[in-house]
Design a protein around this ligand. Structure first.
Ligand code: DX5
Ligand code: ZN
Length: 250
């Protein structure tokens, strides 16, 4: 994605955030069918790559990322792996749209983001994401602002779907927003983890440009219906807003 595309997104996101649908709880034996549910409706499919070291769970790797990208649905890859530099080339070559690495995952994050930038320029253009765990100061973004297009604020400690968002999330989103405004070009702010049908409208009101939601959509029952409700909530339709207000952050 180009700077122009990011700029378009930032303009559009001023009213409605992008929705990235996480597939961690989707039925992976029917991945194509599950992806078809979100095709053309969610903006991205969010693939959580976990290595069992950076965070406790072990999930999928570049092969499944490539399979998802081959369906033609824009893929948002969240790399919760130690030293992600080693798999960046394979992930970027898969033709994904967003590649996010964690600030806490490498000894030399500046070098990793420089590698990601070079891959984006030379192999395939991607939105360069930088994720921060709930306990990481938002200020770590400042030294690498030139090398990123997205700050992904984790509302939960990485590892599992279905956790409740940390109480510090709204102020961390606000702090990230303030910081990226000094970049002099569009840098998006996203929220990942714990976004449900009950709190989605509230999360949207924090001013995020991109919202990731997984188990609230792929709940094993009605992913299509959940997706409709999630999109409605993010657009701030009255019914969803009322539900979110009565439920608060869950
Ligand atoms: C957290 C992951 C999230 C998570 C989202 O470890 O990065 O993407 O799977 O799942 P929900 O929406 O269920 O919290
Ligand atoms: Zn994620």
């Amino acid at each position: 994605m180009t700077d122009g595309a990011v700029a378009d997104g930032a303009v559009r996101a001023s009213s409605t955030p992008f929705l990235s649908a996480g597939i961690l709880t989707a039925d992976l034996t029917r991945l194509g069918t599950e992806l078809d549910i979100v095709r053309g409706r969610a903006d991205f499919v969010h693939v959580d790559v976990m290595d069992g070291r950076f965070c406790p769970q072990l999930t999928v790797g570049p092969a499944v990322v490539a399979a998802a990208a081959a369906t033609g649905i824009p893929v948002d890859v969240h790399l919760m792996v130690d030293e992600p530099g080693r798999i960046l080339p394979e992930v970027v070559r898969a033709g994904v749209s967003i590649v996010t690495v964690h600030a806490e995952a490498s000894r030399h994050p500046h070098r990793v983001l420089t590698e990601l930038t070079e891959l984006s320029e030379n192999v395939h253009p991607v939105v360069r994401g930088y994720a921060l765990n709930p306990g990481t100061p938002v200020g770590v973004v400042e030294p690498v602002l030139e090398l990123i297009d997205l700050v992904l604020v984790l509302a939960v400690d990485p590892g599992w779907s279905g956790q409740a968002p940390a109480a510090n999330t709204p102020r961390r989103v606000a702090a990230a927003r303030e910081l990226v405004q000094t970049a002099g070009r569009p840098v998006l702010v996203g929220v990942d983890g714990g976004v449900t049908l009950r709190n989605a409208a509230e999360v949207a009101s924090w001013g995020a440009d991109l919202v990731v939601s997984g188990s609230a959509i792929f709940d094993g029952r009605d992913a299509a219906g959940n997706l409709t409700a999630m999109l409605t909530a993010l657009r701030g339709q009255p019914a969803a807003t009322t539900a979110a207000r009565s439920g608060g952050m869950q």
